[in-house]
Design a protein around this ligand. Sequence first.
Ligand code: ADP
Length: 304
Amino acid sequence: MSLSPEHAHSMIDKALGLGVGASRRAYQVRALRFHYHPQRRGAATWVLDGLTFDVEAGEILGIVGPNGSGKTSLLKLLAKVLRPHAGDLALFGRDLGTMPHDEVARTVAFVPQESPQVFSVTVMETVLLGRYPHHQGAMWSAGFGWESAEDVLIAEQAMQATDLTHLASRSVMDLSGGERQRCMMARALAQAPQVLLLDEPTAFLDLQHQMEICAIVRRLKEERGLTVVLVSHDLNLASQYCDRILMLKAGELFRLGSPHDVIDVAVLRAVYGCDVLIDRHPESGMPRVTMPSYISTKTVRDHL
Ligand code: ADP
């Protein structure tokens, strides 16, 4: 079966369920609480404590905050990799807790920060795995063989979009950190989800590939109505590419709003404990954060 790239694109669109839920909320999060360790006589340290917010369908929501503020944990809860200890979590109006894992996998693609690679599979095989949740009843123990020509084309399109075609037959174990990150992104694209959850999607990437990943995310949102939740420590990336930003401080929601509402000198001082300079990006006019040219040792010591 031979399909044109245009046909393959439209297949991804169809698989993405365009229009489905376009006017709905992707997530409804209510009074969400989570901790890793069992409570000792009521003295639990909550990693996330009473979060309430919505993720609108079709928006790019950035989750930012200092190290250890709970960003990755929150993303894993949205991916159903972790389970909350209290509160409600709904995905397109349905309780995430009772939703079967294969259904979650057809709706949500999660790209973690770093995926330890223990099996020597090729880039093509890894990307193709993104199609697996769409084959109900396929036996993974038999290896590949369940994939259709359509799956192969979608995987090829995903590799093309992430500049991986030339590495298709390379083992994932022999990739650089950045190439592996793009490979995980390609697998998520092949999954054709309605929601994309990205943990530090540009952390290991050079400037060109950072821009490409940001462009892909933006294009998927604009052309296909994809909902994206991304965790980033890069406030400028969040300001440029996110519709709204959720700022966490020690597991609590400190501020949620447009980049103009959140990327603010007083907010950053309250959350990060330091003073920065904020001006406007020359092209977009969005807030841009830079460190002051002189950082007093007293200021730094005060926050050690
Ligand atoms: P962030 O992504 O903002 O850096 P995390 O969600 O990774 O924050 O971590 C929040 C808190 O949970 C931190 O105090 C961290 O040490 C703790 N934590 C993260 N993962 C685990 C784990 N697997 N087991 C125990 N504690 C963890």
